[in-house]
Write a protein that binds this ligand. Structure first.
Ligand code: SAM
Length: 468
Protein backbone atom coordinates (compact mmCIF):
# COMPACT_ATOMS: atom_id res chain seq x y z
CA UNK A 1 0.00 0.00 0.00
CA UNK A 2 1.29 3.46 -0.85
CA UNK A 3 1.61 5.81 2.07
CA UNK A 4 0.16 9.21 1.32
CA UNK A 5 0.30 11.05 4.59
CA UNK A 6 3.07 12.35 6.74
CA UNK A 7 3.26 12.91 10.49
CA UNK A 8 1.56 16.12 11.54
CA UNK A 9 3.65 19.21 12.16
CA UNK A 10 3.52 22.92 11.36
CA UNK A 11 7.03 23.60 10.13
CA UNK A 12 7.56 25.10 6.70
CA UNK A 13 9.21 22.63 4.30
CA UNK A 14 12.81 23.27 3.29
CA UNK A 15 14.75 21.99 0.32
CA UNK A 16 16.31 19.33 2.56
CA UNK A 17 12.99 17.94 3.76
CA UNK A 18 10.79 15.87 1.48
CA UNK A 19 7.44 17.51 0.84
CA UNK A 20 3.94 16.11 0.89
CA UNK A 21 2.36 16.75 -2.56
CA UNK A 22 -1.02 17.55 -1.02
CA UNK A 23 0.53 20.14 1.28
CA UNK A 24 2.27 21.75 -1.70
CA UNK A 25 -1.01 21.75 -3.66
CA UNK A 26 -2.75 23.41 -0.71
CA UNK A 27 -0.03 26.05 -0.51
CA UNK A 28 -0.40 26.84 -4.22
CA UNK A 29 -4.20 27.11 -4.01
CA UNK A 30 -4.00 29.34 -0.94
CA UNK A 31 -1.32 31.60 -2.46
CA UNK A 32 -3.36 31.95 -5.61
CA UNK A 33 -6.33 33.28 -3.67
CA UNK A 34 -4.23 35.83 -1.83
CA UNK A 35 -2.39 37.69 -4.56
CA UNK A 36 -2.54 38.87 -8.12
CA UNK A 37 -0.04 36.36 -9.42
CA UNK A 38 -0.86 33.84 -12.12
CA UNK A 39 -1.11 30.10 -11.58
CA UNK A 40 2.14 29.54 -13.52
CA UNK A 41 4.04 32.02 -11.35
CA UNK A 42 2.72 30.65 -8.06
CA UNK A 43 3.21 27.00 -9.07
CA UNK A 44 6.75 27.56 -10.45
CA UNK A 45 7.78 29.29 -7.25
CA UNK A 46 6.27 26.64 -4.95
CA UNK A 47 7.68 23.72 -6.93
CA UNK A 48 11.19 25.23 -7.13
CA UNK A 49 11.48 25.11 -3.33
CA UNK A 50 10.50 21.49 -2.71
CA UNK A 51 11.61 17.94 -3.32
CA UNK A 52 9.36 14.89 -3.15
CA UNK A 53 9.76 11.32 -1.87
CA UNK A 54 8.65 9.96 -5.26
CA UNK A 55 9.05 11.27 -8.81
CA UNK A 56 5.33 10.98 -9.57
CA UNK A 57 4.47 13.28 -6.63
CA UNK A 58 5.30 16.35 -8.72
CA UNK A 59 2.72 15.28 -11.30
CA UNK A 60 0.23 14.65 -8.48
CA UNK A 61 0.60 18.29 -7.34
CA UNK A 62 -0.26 19.49 -10.85
CA UNK A 63 -3.21 17.08 -11.12
CA UNK A 64 -4.59 18.24 -7.77
CA UNK A 65 -4.16 21.98 -8.31
CA UNK A 66 -5.49 22.03 -11.87
CA UNK A 67 -8.26 19.56 -10.98
CA UNK A 68 -9.51 21.64 -8.04
CA UNK A 69 -9.40 24.83 -10.13
CA UNK A 70 -11.24 23.13 -13.02
CA UNK A 71 -13.98 21.66 -10.84
CA UNK A 72 -14.24 24.21 -8.05
CA UNK A 73 -17.93 25.08 -8.48
CA UNK A 74 -18.94 21.42 -8.73
CA UNK A 75 -16.92 20.57 -5.60
CA UNK A 76 -18.30 23.58 -3.69
CA UNK A 77 -21.85 22.56 -4.53
CA UNK A 78 -21.25 19.26 -2.74
CA UNK A 79 -19.48 20.95 0.18
CA UNK A 80 -22.41 23.35 0.68
CA UNK A 81 -24.78 20.39 0.58
CA UNK A 82 -23.03 18.57 3.44
CA UNK A 83 -21.93 21.53 5.58
CA UNK A 84 -23.88 23.62 8.04
CA UNK A 85 -21.29 26.39 7.77
CA UNK A 86 -21.83 28.56 4.66
CA UNK A 87 -18.85 28.70 2.26
CA UNK A 88 -18.25 32.41 2.95
CA UNK A 89 -17.74 31.71 6.66
CA UNK A 90 -15.41 28.76 6.18
CA UNK A 91 -11.69 29.14 6.89
CA UNK A 92 -10.14 29.44 3.38
CA UNK A 93 -7.54 26.73 4.17
CA UNK A 94 -10.24 24.30 5.34
CA UNK A 95 -12.27 25.01 2.24
CA UNK A 96 -9.29 24.19 0.02
CA UNK A 97 -8.54 21.03 2.04
CA UNK A 98 -12.14 19.92 1.49
CA UNK A 99 -11.92 20.72 -2.22
CA UNK A 100 -8.68 18.72 -2.52
CA UNK A 101 -10.16 15.78 -0.64
CA UNK A 102 -13.41 15.81 -2.58
CA UNK A 103 -11.58 16.12 -5.90
CA UNK A 104 -9.61 12.96 -5.10
CA UNK A 105 -12.78 11.12 -4.07
CA UNK A 106 -14.73 12.14 -7.16
CA UNK A 107 -12.19 12.36 -9.93
CA UNK A 108 -9.10 10.25 -9.11
CA UNK A 109 -9.86 6.53 -9.37
CA UNK A 110 -6.34 5.53 -8.45
CA UNK A 111 -6.57 7.01 -4.95
CA UNK A 112 -8.62 4.87 -2.51
CA UNK A 113 -11.30 6.71 -0.56
CA UNK A 114 -9.65 6.06 2.83
CA UNK A 115 -6.34 7.53 1.58
CA UNK A 116 -8.09 10.66 0.27
CA UNK A 117 -9.93 11.16 3.57
CA UNK A 118 -7.05 10.35 5.94
CA UNK A 119 -4.60 12.54 4.06
CA UNK A 120 -7.12 15.45 4.17
CA UNK A 121 -7.45 15.04 7.95
CA UNK A 122 -3.64 15.02 8.27
CA UNK A 123 -3.43 18.08 6.05
CA UNK A 124 -5.78 20.03 8.32
CA UNK A 125 -3.57 19.11 11.31
CA UNK A 126 -0.40 20.10 9.44
CA UNK A 127 -2.02 23.44 8.59
CA UNK A 128 -2.61 24.11 12.30
CA UNK A 129 -6.34 23.44 11.94
CA UNK A 130 -6.48 20.30 14.06
CA UNK A 131 -9.65 21.56 15.77
CA UNK A 132 -11.43 21.30 12.42
CA UNK A 133 -10.09 17.87 11.44
CA UNK A 134 -13.28 16.20 12.71
CA UNK A 135 -15.35 18.47 10.44
CA UNK A 136 -13.12 17.60 7.44
CA UNK A 137 -13.33 13.89 8.25
CA UNK A 138 -17.12 13.98 8.73
CA UNK A 139 -17.89 15.94 5.57
CA UNK A 140 -15.71 13.80 3.30
CA UNK A 141 -17.07 10.59 4.82
CA UNK A 142 -20.67 11.82 4.32
CA UNK A 143 -19.94 12.49 0.67
CA UNK A 144 -18.76 8.90 0.18
CA UNK A 145 -21.82 7.51 1.98
CA UNK A 146 -24.08 9.42 -0.42
CA UNK A 147 -22.00 9.12 -3.59
CA UNK A 148 -22.69 11.24 -6.63
CA UNK A 149 -23.43 14.93 -6.72
CA UNK A 150 -26.44 16.25 -4.85
CA UNK A 151 -29.10 16.91 -7.50
CA UNK A 152 -27.93 19.88 -9.62
CA UNK A 153 -30.38 22.64 -10.64
CA UNK A 154 -32.84 21.51 -13.32
CA UNK A 155 -31.38 22.00 -16.80
CA UNK A 156 -34.82 22.70 -18.33
CA UNK A 157 -35.83 25.25 -15.72
CA UNK A 158 -32.49 26.97 -15.14
CA UNK A 159 -29.80 26.00 -17.65
CA UNK A 160 -27.43 28.76 -16.46
CA UNK A 161 -27.34 27.50 -12.86
CA UNK A 162 -27.33 23.87 -14.00
CA UNK A 163 -24.21 24.41 -16.16
CA UNK A 164 -22.51 26.51 -13.46
CA UNK A 165 -22.71 23.48 -11.18
CA UNK A 166 -22.22 20.56 -13.55
CA UNK A 167 -19.55 22.17 -15.76
CA UNK A 168 -18.02 24.34 -13.02
CA UNK A 169 -17.98 27.82 -14.53
CA UNK A 170 -18.95 31.22 -13.11
CA UNK A 171 -22.46 32.39 -13.85
CA UNK A 172 -21.45 35.40 -15.93
CA UNK A 173 -19.43 33.30 -18.39
CA UNK A 174 -22.21 30.73 -18.86
CA UNK A 175 -24.81 33.48 -19.28
CA UNK A 176 -22.93 35.32 -22.01
CA UNK A 177 -21.91 32.13 -23.86
CA UNK A 178 -25.49 30.79 -23.90
CA UNK A 179 -26.69 34.15 -25.27
CA UNK A 180 -24.07 33.99 -28.00
CA UNK A 181 -23.64 30.31 -28.89
CA UNK A 182 -26.82 28.65 -27.54
CA UNK A 183 -27.03 25.92 -24.90
CA UNK A 184 -25.72 23.01 -26.96
CA UNK A 185 -22.51 24.74 -28.06
CA UNK A 186 -21.98 26.21 -24.58
CA UNK A 187 -22.01 22.66 -23.19
CA UNK A 188 -19.44 21.64 -25.83
CA UNK A 189 -17.31 24.70 -25.08
CA UNK A 190 -17.34 24.01 -21.31
CA UNK A 191 -16.51 20.34 -21.84
CA UNK A 192 -13.59 21.28 -24.08
CA UNK A 193 -12.26 23.87 -21.62
CA UNK A 194 -12.42 21.27 -18.81
CA UNK A 195 -10.13 18.81 -20.63
CA UNK A 196 -6.41 18.39 -20.01
CA UNK A 197 -4.81 19.66 -23.23
CA UNK A 198 -2.40 17.46 -25.22
CA UNK A 199 1.14 18.77 -25.62
CA UNK A 200 1.46 20.55 -28.96
CA UNK A 201 4.76 21.90 -30.21
CA UNK A 202 5.90 23.99 -33.15
CA UNK A 203 8.90 22.56 -34.92
CA UNK A 204 11.75 25.05 -35.18
CA UNK A 205 12.25 24.90 -38.94
CA UNK A 206 15.61 26.65 -38.55
CA UNK A 207 16.99 23.47 -36.98
CA UNK A 208 14.85 20.49 -37.92
CA UNK A 209 12.01 19.14 -40.09
CA UNK A 210 8.67 17.98 -38.63
CA UNK A 211 9.34 14.28 -39.54
CA UNK A 212 12.73 14.39 -37.79
CA UNK A 213 11.17 15.90 -34.65
CA UNK A 214 8.27 13.41 -34.72
CA UNK A 215 10.74 10.49 -34.90
CA UNK A 216 12.68 11.84 -31.92
CA UNK A 217 9.51 12.49 -29.89
CA UNK A 218 8.26 8.95 -30.60
CA UNK A 219 11.22 7.63 -28.56
CA UNK A 220 10.09 9.56 -25.49
CA UNK A 221 6.30 9.96 -25.73
CA UNK A 222 3.10 8.31 -26.95
CA UNK A 223 0.56 9.33 -29.61
CA UNK A 224 2.87 11.49 -31.73
CA UNK A 225 0.75 13.01 -34.51
CA UNK A 226 1.21 15.87 -36.99
CA UNK A 227 -0.89 19.00 -36.43
CA UNK A 228 -4.19 19.39 -38.24
CA UNK A 229 -3.95 23.04 -39.21
CA UNK A 230 -0.47 24.51 -38.71
CA UNK A 231 2.15 23.00 -41.04
CA UNK A 232 4.92 22.69 -38.42
CA UNK A 233 2.78 21.45 -35.52
CA UNK A 234 3.27 18.07 -33.80
CA UNK A 235 1.24 16.77 -30.82
CA UNK A 236 1.99 14.01 -28.33
CA UNK A 237 0.95 12.72 -24.92
CA UNK A 238 2.41 10.88 -21.90
CA UNK A 239 6.03 12.04 -22.16
CA UNK A 240 8.41 9.71 -20.25
CA UNK A 241 10.38 12.73 -18.99
CA UNK A 242 9.41 16.39 -18.45
CA UNK A 243 9.26 18.21 -21.80
CA UNK A 244 12.31 20.36 -21.02
CA UNK A 245 14.35 17.16 -20.54
CA UNK A 246 13.40 15.68 -23.93
CA UNK A 247 16.22 15.19 -26.46
CA UNK A 248 14.56 17.28 -29.19
CA UNK A 249 13.92 20.13 -26.72
CA UNK A 250 17.60 20.24 -25.71
CA UNK A 251 18.56 20.35 -29.40
CA UNK A 252 16.33 23.42 -29.92
CA UNK A 253 14.08 21.55 -32.34
CA UNK A 254 10.76 22.80 -31.00
CA UNK A 255 8.84 25.24 -28.82
CA UNK A 256 5.66 24.25 -26.97
CA UNK A 257 2.83 26.14 -28.67
CA UNK A 258 -0.83 25.41 -29.42
CA UNK A 259 -1.87 25.32 -33.07
CA UNK A 260 -4.06 28.42 -32.74
CA UNK A 261 -1.06 30.44 -31.49
CA UNK A 262 0.98 29.09 -34.40
CA UNK A 263 -1.64 30.39 -36.82
CA UNK A 264 -1.18 33.90 -35.36
CA UNK A 265 2.52 33.77 -36.33
CA UNK A 266 1.51 32.75 -39.86
CA UNK A 267 -1.11 35.51 -39.98
CA UNK A 268 1.63 38.04 -39.15
CA UNK A 269 3.54 36.76 -42.19
CA UNK A 270 6.92 38.44 -41.63
CA UNK A 271 9.50 38.15 -44.41
CA UNK A 272 13.28 37.59 -44.23
CA UNK A 273 15.12 40.91 -43.90
CA UNK A 274 12.15 42.88 -42.51
CA UNK A 275 12.06 44.96 -39.34
CA UNK A 276 9.49 43.48 -36.94
CA UNK A 277 8.22 44.53 -33.51
CA UNK A 278 6.81 41.80 -31.25
CA UNK A 279 5.20 44.26 -28.87
CA UNK A 280 4.04 41.91 -26.07
CA UNK A 281 6.63 39.19 -26.52
CA UNK A 282 6.36 37.52 -23.09
CA UNK A 283 8.46 34.35 -22.99
CA UNK A 284 8.91 34.42 -26.76
CA UNK A 285 6.51 31.77 -28.08
CA UNK A 286 5.55 33.89 -31.06
CA UNK A 287 8.96 35.61 -31.29
CA UNK A 288 10.56 32.23 -32.04
CA UNK A 289 8.00 31.61 -34.77
CA UNK A 290 8.48 35.05 -36.35
CA UNK A 291 12.26 34.48 -36.39
CA UNK A 292 11.79 31.09 -38.05
CA UNK A 293 9.51 32.61 -40.73
CA UNK A 294 12.14 35.31 -41.31
CA UNK A 295 14.84 32.62 -41.71
CA UNK A 296 16.69 34.33 -38.85
CA UNK A 297 17.32 37.36 -41.11
CA UNK A 298 16.35 41.00 -40.52
CA UNK A 299 15.58 42.31 -37.04
CA UNK A 300 12.94 41.52 -34.41
CA UNK A 301 12.55 43.83 -31.44
CA UNK A 302 10.99 41.64 -28.73
CA UNK A 303 9.38 44.00 -26.22
CA UNK A 304 7.51 43.46 -22.98
CA UNK A 305 7.14 45.51 -19.84
CA UNK A 306 8.32 42.53 -17.78
CA UNK A 307 12.13 42.36 -17.83
CA UNK A 308 12.23 38.97 -16.10
CA UNK A 309 10.21 37.46 -18.95
CA UNK A 310 12.56 39.00 -21.50
CA UNK A 311 15.54 37.42 -19.74
CA UNK A 312 13.91 34.03 -20.18
CA UNK A 313 13.03 34.94 -23.78
CA UNK A 314 16.72 35.64 -24.50
CA UNK A 315 17.66 32.17 -23.17
CA UNK A 316 14.92 30.63 -25.29
CA UNK A 317 16.25 32.31 -28.47
CA UNK A 318 19.74 30.95 -27.72
CA UNK A 319 18.31 27.42 -27.32
CA UNK A 320 16.60 27.78 -30.69
CA UNK A 321 19.71 29.12 -32.44
CA UNK A 322 18.01 32.47 -33.17
CA UNK A 323 20.25 35.52 -33.47
CA UNK A 324 18.08 38.29 -34.96
CA UNK A 325 16.08 39.12 -31.80
CA UNK A 326 16.75 42.13 -29.59
CA UNK A 327 14.82 42.11 -26.28
CA UNK A 328 13.73 45.55 -24.97
CA UNK A 329 11.80 46.42 -21.83
CA UNK A 330 9.00 48.73 -23.00
CA UNK A 331 5.58 49.60 -21.68
CA UNK A 332 3.15 49.88 -24.60
CA UNK A 333 0.84 52.08 -22.52
CA UNK A 334 3.56 54.74 -22.20
CA UNK A 335 3.99 56.21 -25.71
CA UNK A 336 7.15 58.16 -24.71
CA UNK A 337 8.95 54.86 -24.17
CA UNK A 338 8.38 54.00 -27.83
CA UNK A 339 9.58 57.29 -29.29
CA UNK A 340 12.98 55.97 -30.41
CA UNK A 341 11.67 52.63 -31.64
CA UNK A 342 11.44 53.68 -35.30
CA UNK A 343 9.25 52.14 -38.00
CA UNK A 344 8.46 48.48 -38.59
CA UNK A 345 7.16 46.38 -41.50
CA UNK A 346 5.22 44.22 -39.08
CA UNK A 347 4.03 44.97 -35.55
CA UNK A 348 2.51 42.06 -33.63
CA UNK A 349 0.38 43.18 -30.66
CA UNK A 350 -0.37 39.91 -28.83
CA UNK A 351 -2.08 41.88 -26.09
CA UNK A 352 -2.85 40.95 -22.48
CA UNK A 353 -6.47 39.76 -22.37
CA UNK A 354 -9.07 37.83 -20.40
CA UNK A 355 -7.74 34.52 -21.73
CA UNK A 356 -11.16 32.88 -22.07
CA UNK A 357 -9.85 30.99 -25.11
CA UNK A 358 -7.16 29.23 -23.06
CA UNK A 359 -9.05 28.31 -19.88
CA UNK A 360 -8.13 24.63 -20.32
CA UNK A 361 -4.48 25.68 -19.72
CA UNK A 362 -5.27 28.28 -17.03
CA UNK A 363 -8.37 27.11 -15.14
CA UNK A 364 -7.75 29.77 -12.46
CA UNK A 365 -9.08 32.28 -15.04
CA UNK A 366 -12.59 31.06 -14.20
CA UNK A 367 -12.36 32.44 -10.67
CA UNK A 368 -9.88 35.30 -11.14
CA UNK A 369 -11.67 37.13 -13.93
CA UNK A 370 -14.84 39.19 -13.55
CA UNK A 371 -17.08 40.54 -16.29
CA UNK A 372 -16.06 44.09 -15.29
CA UNK A 373 -12.43 43.25 -16.18
CA UNK A 374 -13.38 43.11 -19.86
CA UNK A 375 -13.84 46.91 -20.06
CA UNK A 376 -10.44 47.57 -18.43
CA UNK A 377 -8.72 45.08 -20.75
CA UNK A 378 -10.46 46.61 -23.77
CA UNK A 379 -9.24 50.10 -22.83
CA UNK A 380 -5.66 48.88 -22.58
CA UNK A 381 -5.90 46.96 -25.87
CA UNK A 382 -7.18 50.04 -27.73
CA UNK A 383 -4.51 52.24 -26.12
CA UNK A 384 -1.74 49.80 -27.04
CA UNK A 385 -2.85 49.57 -30.68
CA UNK A 386 -3.11 53.36 -30.88
CA UNK A 387 0.37 53.82 -29.42
CA UNK A 388 1.83 51.23 -31.79
CA UNK A 389 0.13 52.63 -34.91
CA UNK A 390 2.76 55.36 -35.38
CA UNK A 391 5.48 52.75 -35.56
CA UNK A 392 4.06 50.85 -38.54
CA UNK A 393 5.62 51.79 -41.88
CA UNK A 394 3.36 52.78 -44.79
CA UNK A 395 2.03 49.58 -46.36
CA UNK A 396 3.09 47.66 -43.24
CA UNK A 397 0.87 45.50 -41.01
CA UNK A 398 -0.29 45.93 -37.43
CA UNK A 399 -1.47 42.50 -36.25
CA UNK A 400 -3.76 42.48 -33.23
CA UNK A 401 -4.18 39.13 -31.44
CA UNK A 402 -5.78 37.93 -28.20
CA UNK A 403 -6.51 34.48 -26.73
CA UNK A 404 -10.03 35.66 -25.92
CA UNK A 405 -13.36 34.89 -27.58
CA UNK A 406 -15.17 37.86 -26.02
CA UNK A 407 -16.60 40.46 -28.46
CA UNK A 408 -15.41 43.33 -26.21
CA UNK A 409 -11.81 42.26 -26.81
CA UNK A 410 -12.32 41.20 -30.45
CA UNK A 411 -14.39 43.18 -32.99
CA UNK A 412 -15.07 46.08 -30.59
CA UNK A 413 -11.35 46.83 -30.13
CA UNK A 414 -10.76 46.85 -33.87
CA UNK A 415 -13.76 49.11 -34.56
CA UNK A 416 -12.70 51.57 -31.92
CA UNK A 417 -9.10 51.61 -33.19
CA UNK A 418 -10.17 52.16 -36.80
CA UNK A 419 -12.28 55.16 -35.75
CA UNK A 420 -9.18 56.76 -34.24
CA UNK A 421 -6.85 55.75 -37.06
CA UNK A 422 -8.57 56.02 -40.47
CA UNK A 423 -5.14 55.57 -42.06
CA UNK A 424 -5.47 51.84 -41.23
CA UNK A 425 -7.85 49.32 -42.84
CA UNK A 426 -8.61 45.65 -42.24
CA UNK A 427 -6.46 43.58 -44.59
CA UNK A 428 -8.94 41.50 -46.55
CA UNK A 429 -6.27 39.65 -48.52
CA UNK A 430 -5.33 37.38 -45.61
CA UNK A 431 -6.84 34.18 -46.98
CA UNK A 432 -4.97 34.53 -50.27
CA UNK A 433 -1.66 35.38 -48.58
CA UNK A 434 -1.72 32.70 -45.88
CA UNK A 435 -3.65 29.56 -46.92
CA UNK A 436 -3.28 27.94 -43.45
CA UNK A 437 -5.51 30.61 -41.87
CA UNK A 438 -8.03 30.87 -44.73
CA UNK A 439 -10.49 28.44 -43.10
CA UNK A 440 -10.62 30.54 -39.93
CA UNK A 441 -11.06 33.97 -41.47
CA UNK A 442 -14.48 35.56 -41.92
CA UNK A 443 -15.76 38.26 -44.21
CA UNK A 444 -14.17 41.46 -42.94
CA UNK A 445 -10.88 39.58 -42.46
CA UNK A 446 -11.20 38.59 -38.78
CA UNK A 447 -9.38 35.40 -37.82
CA UNK A 448 -11.17 33.34 -35.14
CA UNK A 449 -10.70 29.90 -33.68
CA UNK A 450 -13.39 28.34 -31.50
CA UNK A 451 -12.09 25.59 -29.17
CA UNK A 452 -15.00 23.16 -29.42
CA UNK A 453 -15.33 23.54 -33.18
CA UNK A 454 -11.67 23.51 -34.15
CA UNK A 455 -10.03 21.46 -31.38
CA UNK A 456 -7.54 24.16 -30.39
CA UNK A 457 -7.29 27.27 -28.20
CA UNK A 458 -9.68 30.16 -28.83
CA UNK A 459 -7.89 33.06 -30.55
CA UNK A 460 -8.88 36.24 -32.35
CA UNK A 461 -6.61 38.03 -34.80
CA UNK A 462 -6.74 40.71 -37.47
CA UNK A 463 -4.25 42.35 -39.82
CA UNK A 464 -4.55 46.11 -40.04
CA UNK A 465 -2.80 47.61 -43.03
CA UNK A 466 -1.41 51.14 -42.89
CA UNK A 467 -2.28 53.38 -45.83
CA UNK A 468 -3.03 50.19 -47.72
C1 SAM B 1 -0.60 37.28 -24.17
S1 SAM B 1 0.90 37.57 -23.36
C2 SAM B 1 2.08 37.43 -24.65
C3 SAM B 1 2.45 36.03 -25.05
C4 SAM B 1 3.58 35.96 -26.03
N1 SAM B 1 3.40 36.83 -27.18
C5 SAM B 1 3.80 34.54 -26.52
O1 SAM B 1 3.40 34.19 -27.62
O2 SAM B 1 4.39 33.75 -25.76
C6 SAM B 1 0.86 39.30 -23.09
C7 SAM B 1 2.16 39.89 -22.63
O3 SAM B 1 2.00 41.30 -22.55
C8 SAM B 1 2.81 41.77 -21.52
N2 SAM B 1 2.31 43.11 -21.14
C9 SAM B 1 1.27 43.41 -20.33
N3 SAM B 1 1.10 44.74 -20.27
C10 SAM B 1 2.05 45.30 -21.06
C11 SAM B 1 2.38 46.62 -21.40
N4 SAM B 1 1.71 47.65 -20.91
N5 SAM B 1 3.44 46.82 -22.23
C12 SAM B 1 4.13 45.77 -22.72
N6 SAM B 1 3.85 44.49 -22.43
C13 SAM B 1 2.82 44.25 -21.62
C14 SAM B 1 2.74 40.72 -20.44
O4 SAM B 1 3.88 40.77 -19.60
C15 SAM B 1 2.67 39.44 -21.27
O5 SAM B 1 3.92 38.87 -21.39
Amino acid sequence: MRKFHRPADNRRPTAARKSDPRAVALRILTALEKGHRTLDQVADEALARVSFPEKRDRALVTTLVYGVLRWRNTLDYTIVHFSRTPLQRMDPAVLNILRLGLFQLRFLDRIPDFAAINSSVDLSKQAGLGRLSGFVNGLLRSSTRHPGEPDPPDMDKDPVQALCVTKSFPEWMIRRWIARFGIEETVQLCDFLNTVPPITVRVNGLRAAPEQVAASLAQEAAGVTPGRHAPEAVSFSSPKVPVHEMTAFGAGWFQVQDEAAQLIGLLTDPRPGQRVLDACAGLGGKTGHLARLMENQGRIVAADRDTAKLERLAGEMTRLGITNVRPMTLDMLVPEQLKDAGGFDRVLADCPCSGTGVIRRNPDTKWRLSEQDLARLQNDQIAMLTNLADHVRDGGLLVYAVCSMEPEENDAVVQSFLKRRPDFAIDTGVAADVPAVAGFTDDPGFFRTFPWRHGMDGFFGVRLKKNG
